[in-house]
Ligand binder design. Structure first.
Ligand SMILES: [Ca+2]
Length: 562
């Protein structure tokens, strides 16, 4: 297989259920994705990561898989998927499928056999003896409550780190590892070019399971004892070393992420990792359900720490703001009203010119905003409706709880893709499963495709720049102006080439002393019409609200295609 260049690539995440509905049932589907391949090719993205569309009871949004090699009828058929793979290839786009290998749905045939007392399949999961009122350990599920469920007729408990319908697989059993390799080989033979692995750093549990006296149990199974060994084996035995692979890492550490992604290590693991620390800078005391203004100092620290350490030890990161579990970034760190366009472009600039592979979540490229629902009836996400009740029980008013949901709910990222200004935003001929935000009348693909200064056109240029400028894909990174909390600024270098990137994170004008700036630099890209030096003498830059200025020296070819 041809080795994939993921460093100059941009990866586009499709939340299948909300991307495009092809048959009027209000749910996005595989044939909807096929209809939009021209758009995606024109945008310039290299890979599509599709969230799971496999057979599932949908208790966790398809991340509870009942059959890894069958398509849930809601999304289409195997023929549709094969056609998508084939047509994407003719558009120059590779597909990445989402492998949820930490657990299966309890509706999976393996678990059903286990429930019948079949020892072979009981050993696919993590069952422990015990009394009905005493779970084997005090570990907590990430969705709340104890992480064990009792099965009365077996007199045993099974482990579920997530929902009770998501039973953790026993990776210590070689038969389980072989089964999962078969899944990889199945999709590889269908022509897939990459894989995303869900919460893959949780797959290896310790041999002896014990109570956690200081936490919820995660310290025992996060980046667990055999995780690197199992990943190496999976990658080697399925021959996916040269494919694009990304692991979602839960509560991980920098050192482990370097091991997961360093290509020089003897045994290859993944191309890159997702980690999430930078998306908690607006959590009050780490609590998602308490609002706090974003801490830009912390944001800068996290980018600096991770980027520099990954560079030094030759690891590789996915760089991203949005996914199907996160609110929209322009509403979160930008300004989705007065400076909507400027701030959306600034946030794009921040990550697309960094060291790492940028991920773009559907709708981010047109500056889609949070949903702004004003009634609880509009929400569909079970986490949101659960926490609404919890917040009311904890004494918050309905208005306060709705305000928090309007900023934090996962539904903010799941509203239908806004294709047009027409009814249902052109997403469906029927009624969408989740209400379309009212702002689709002016935030939509059709409109932005026609406007030269749109967010959409800006994203296209950034994606193109990464392909044209080796310095963006391969250059070194160093951070500048660390003392100025309103500005995220960094320098990329490759041989004699230099690139300077300045981003004003705030709605206030900032004056920046710039010793690093000499006369060799000229404007490469930015989100205002031009750029301003305060004066030649004191080498200062003026950054207007949410302004991004990207300057390249004369060694960098600045003749970019529009
Ligand atoms: Ca549909």
């Amino acid at each position: 297989m041809e080795k994939q260049n993921f460093k100059n690539s941009t990866i586009y995440q499709i939340y299948t259920k909300s991307f495009k509905d092809s048959n009027g049932d209000g749910l996005g589907d595989i044939n909807g994705v096929r209809q939009k391949l021209d758009y995606l090719a024109d945008l310039g993205v290299d890979y599509l990561w599709l969230t799971p569309f496999f057979t599932s009871p949908m208790n966790d949004n398809g991340y509870d898989v009942a059959d890894y090699t069958a398509i849930d009828p809601v999304f289409g058929t195997m023929e549709d998927v094969e056609a998508l793979i084939r047509e994407a290839k003719t558009h120059g786009i590779g597909l990445m499928f989402d492998m949820v290998f930490n657990h299966t749905s309890t509706a999976h045939a393996w678990f059903q056999r286990a429930l019948q007392g079949d020892e072979k399949y009981m050993n696919y999961y993590i069952f422990r003896d015990g009394e009905p009122d005493t779970p084997p350990t005090n570990w907590e599920s990430k969705f709340g409550g104890n992480a064990w469920e009792y099965v009365p007729h077996l007199h045993k408990w099974y482990l579920h780190l997530f929902d009770v319908t998501q039973a953790d697989l026993n990776w210590d059993n070689p038969e389980v590892r072989e089964e999962l390799k078969k899944v990889i080989r199945f999709w590889k033979e269908k022509g897939i070019r990459g894989f995303r692995f869900d919460v893959v750093n949780l797959i290896s549990k310790p041999e002896i399971l014990e109570n956690d006296t200081t936490g919820d149990g995660r310290r025992f199974y996060t980046d667990g004892p055999h995780v690197h060994e199992y990943l190496q084996e999976l990658v080697r035995d399925t021959g996916i070393q040269d494919m694009v692979t990304v692991g979602e890492m839960s509560s991980t550490t920098l050192d482990n992420c370097i091991r997961y992604t360093n290509p020089d290590l003897e045994k290859k693991e993944l191309s890159m990792v997702f980690h999430f620390q930078h998306l908690k800078v607006d959590y009050k005391d780490g609590n998602k359900w308490e609002l706090k203004a974003p801490d830009y100092g912390e944001l800068k620290n996290l980018f600096t720490t991770w980027q520099l350490a990954m560079q030094e030890k030759n690891g590789w990161e996915a760089v991203f703001w949005c996914n199907h579990d996160q609110p929209r970034i322009v509403s979160r760190l930008g300004d989705d009203r007065k400076y909507w366009k400027e701030s959306a472009k600034m946030l794009a600039t921040c990550i697309h010119l960094m060291r790492g592979t940028p991920y773009l979540f559907q709708g981010e490229e047109i500056g889609m905003t949070n949903a702004c629902y004003d009634t609880i009836e509009d929400y569909r996400d079970v986490e949101s409706t659960n926490y609404y009740e919890i917040m009311l029980q904890n004494g918050k008013s309905a208005g306060e709880a709705l305000e928090i949901l309007s900023r934090r709910s996962r539904d903010n990222g799941r509203t239908p893709m806004q294709w047009t200004g027409e009814q249902e935003a052109g997403f469906t001929e029927g009624i969408s499963w989740l209400k379309v935000p009212e702002n689709h009348t002016y935030i939509n693909v059709e409109k932005e495709g026609k406007e030269q200064d749109s967010i959409l056109v800006y994203y296209k240029r950034l994606i193109q720049l990464r392909k044209e400028k080796k310095i963006i894909a391969d250059g070194e990174i160093a951070f500048m102006h660390q003392e100025d909390l309103s500005v995220l600024a960094y320098r990329r270098t490759l041989g004699k080439q230099r690139l300077l990137v300045y981003n004003n994170l705030t709605d206030q004008e900032v004056r920046l002393k710039t010793q690093e700036l000499d006369s060799k630099f000229s404007y490469l890209i930015g989100n205002y019409q031009d750029w301003q030096r305060a004066t030649e003498e004191d080498q200062a830059l003026v950054l207007r609200p949410y302004e991004s200025i990207v300057l390249a020296d004369s060694a960098v070819d600045t003749n970019i295609s529009k």
